[in-house]
Design a protein around this ligand. Structure first.
Ligand code: ADP
Ligand code: MG
Length: 619
């Protein structure tokens, strides 16, 4: 029998393990089960090359809970360890000393703790026993135990079957792990897709069920689709796997199978979920695996921000898991993985766009959000997406940017040669303006979603020679080009008179009045909201930084009085000043009403005044 001290430079590593990994104690199970998996994979390999002789037997991993005895046992039939190997791997701590460990992990935000491995058992156990038999015929079965201090015991025992059994004597503070439901849950979380079947047994529960002898069922799917070849998989396979990941999820729109082995290893399947409303967006749905071991579902930094909306799994042994986040961002592999995922997603979208445009357009409601978000945040993606971004006009027809420009080439260019994209944020509310645009032969596209306001702001900077103008930003003649006033039938005096009559004082509104000669079938008064100020106000209302200031400002509105409209011939002739004022005010209010800017007392006054006028009061 050998007794000794675990070799670490500073006197004791155990308090450090506890302190630094405090928040994540449950990972001990992942570490021990993945060690068991590694050992089992090794024996398979050794057997296949003839290094290990004899039958392999059923290769499985057993996790047994005995809450009465306060033990958790993890048993495998892998390669096992010789006495020398136990000494080498378990006694010589994975890191050479506590000091090094401290410097390595001083950043508190450690993600994943691979590398700590076997010793994480001491986060939850006051004593760990190991019983192991190497596959090598001449090796003895070895017993090792340690009680969470640098002292250990190591000796040979009676020969047992090949493999390793690890018994954890769960400590007082970790009693929670003696709960079968909890323990099984952790196992399912981390080991759901490990390549060796894993069985969970609650020893005490089993006693009761002895006669039933239910069919044993492993807790994991050893062959998840991401490790298979895409050519072997059907649509049903992908949809079934999606439900395995998200039992309550709606059928995804489509998916991308990632499969790279150079210059880094990366496999996985990313799904595009259905998104109806932007507020439904759920981030943190992508799971990160390392050789089929679950690591985390916080994939920020690894997956580009705009693709966080995707669902699915990615698996890469090349992502450094035991380092801080700030390091991760700068890691060349992580950056390459990021770029690769972005490229794959863009390629897939382009492929669907090219091969099945109808399908693409049908799914645009969900897709548009990814695409627009991606175009705003990632220039490489933008380059590709410029080809397949589509905009839907008010009649349900879709245009790419190029198609839109071609369709509007002659009509929607301003004097400087800039292309003007006319849009509506609310086809119902802005109907009058849309109809006016249609009469002119303009194409109006819908920009109704939450992301659109920011999207068009950004695209004006990224796309050359393109401006977005909302249909109600100006009277229709001025939307594309600021034109000089058309000829008016009114005299100079009459024009001045109308201008004075229409100069309104309305709280919360900043009204500018102009009198112009528009066509006789245009409305008598049109309320418009200058593009720039309206956007600022919208952004202010959506919240956020500098723009919050604009939210406080009064709404800016321009009243364009159409001097050529016949109604003004009567109004100008009206001798009763009271009636004249009321008529003018009603025309102005109708215009404001169409913009949704008539509210509160102003709205009440309008209603009362209208009723009075219909009753002929004051006439
Ligand atoms: P890592 O898994 O990163 O190598 P660990 O601390 O988890 O680090 O394990 C250290 C070593 O101990 C392993 O590399 C392996 O050689 C050995 N080992 C641990 N668990 C087992 C096991 N169940 N069967 C055989 N060898 C094991
Ligand atoms: Mg390990």
């Amino acid at each position: 029998m050998q007794k000794g001290q675990i070799r670490v430079q500073t006197e004791n590593i155990f308090p450090i393990i506890k302190k630094f990994l405090y928040s994540d104690h449950e990972i001990f199970l992942r570490e021990l089960v993945s060690n068991a998996t590694d050992a089992t994979q090794k024996i398979k390999t050794l057997s296949s090359i003839g290094e290990a002789k004899g039958e392999l037997g059923e290769l499985r991993i057993d996790v047994r809970l005995d809450a009465k005895e306060k033990t958790i046992t993890i048993e495998d039939c892998g390669v096992g360890m010789t006495k020398e190997e136990v000494d080498k791997y378990l006694n010589q701590v994975a890191f050479s000393g506590a000091e090094e460990f401290l410097t390595k992990y001083k950043d508190a935000s450690i993600i994943g703790h691979f590398g700590l491995g076997f010793y994480s058992a001491f986060m939850v156990a006051s004593k760990v026993e190991v019983l192991t038999q190497s596959y090598q015929d001449d090796a003895a079965t070895v017993y090792w135990s340690c009680e969470g201090s640098p002292e250990f015991e190591l000796y040979e025992v009676e020969k047992k079957q090949r493999g390793t059994k690890i018994i954890l004597h769960v400590n007082e503070e970790s009693a929670e792990f003696l709960d079968a439901f909890k323990l099984k849950g952790i196992l399912e979380k981390f080991c759901k897709f490990l390549p060796i079947p894993i069985f969970f047994t609650d020893v005490n529960a089993e006693v009761k069920k002895e006669e039933e002898k239910e069919e044993e069922k492993s807790i994991n799917n050893t062959n998840p689709i991401w490790v298979k070849k895409p050519s072997e998989l059907t649509k049903e396979d992908y949809e079934k796997f999606y439900r395995e990941l998200y039992p309550f999820g709606e059928t995804p729109l489509f998916w991308i199978h990632l499969n790279v082995d150079y210059p880094f290893n990366l496999t996985g399947v990313l799904y595009f979920p259905k998104i109806k409303q932007s507020y439904e967006i759920q981030k943190d749905k992508i799971q990160l695996y390392c050789n089929q071991v679950f690591v985390t579902d916080e994939v920020k930094d690894i997956v580009p921000e705009f693709l966080m909306l995707l669902h699915g799994v990615i698996d890469s042994p090349d992502i450094p898991l035991n380092v801080s986040r700030s390091y991760l961002q700068g890691d060349p592999n992580v950056r390459k993985i990021n770029a690769h995922i972005t490229k794959k997603v863009a390629d897939k979208l382009e492929e669907i766009f090219k091969n099945d445009r109808t399908e693409f357009e049908q799914k645009w409601e969900s897709l548009g959000l990814f695409v627009k978000y991606g175009m705003m945040t990632d220039d490489k993606f933008l380059d590709k997406a410029n080809k397949f971004l589509v905009m839907e006009n008010v009649d349900g027809k879709f245009f790419t940017l190029d198609e839109y420009k071609t369709a509007t080439e002659t009509l929607q260019k301003n004097k400087e040669g800039k292309h003007i994209v006319l849009y509506t944020t609310n086809p119902v509310q802005q109907d009058a303006y849309i109809q006016a645009c249609k009469l002119k032969g303009y194409e109006v596209v819908k920009m109704e979603t939450l992301v659109d306001a920011a999207f068009l702001n950004t695209m004006e900077m990224k796309w050359e020679n393109t401006s977005f103008v909302r249909v109600d930003a100006d009277i229709v003649d001025n939307l594309i080009d600021k034109q000089e006033s058309t000829e008016s039938v009114l005299s100079k005096e009459e024009t001045e008179q109308l201008k004075t009559l229409f100069t309104l004082q309305i709280p919360e509104l900043h009204v500018t009045t102009e009198v112009k000669g528009l066509s006789t079938d245009s409305a008598p008064v049109i309320a418009t909201r200058p593009e720039f100020m309206r956007r600022m106000k919208d952004m202010g209302a959506a919240g956020g930084g500098m723009t919050a200031f604009y939210a406080q400002m009064p709404d800016e509105v321009t009243l364009t009085v159409n001097g050529n409209h016949p109604v003004f011939q009567n109004i100008l002739k009206e001798s009763n000043e009271d009636i004249k004022t009321k008529q003018v005010r009603n025309l102005a209010d109708l215009a404001l009403l169409s913009q949704g800017l008539l509210k509160g007392a102003e709205l009440t006054n309008f209603i009362n005044r209208s009723v009075q006028m219909m009753q002929g009061v004051g006439q």
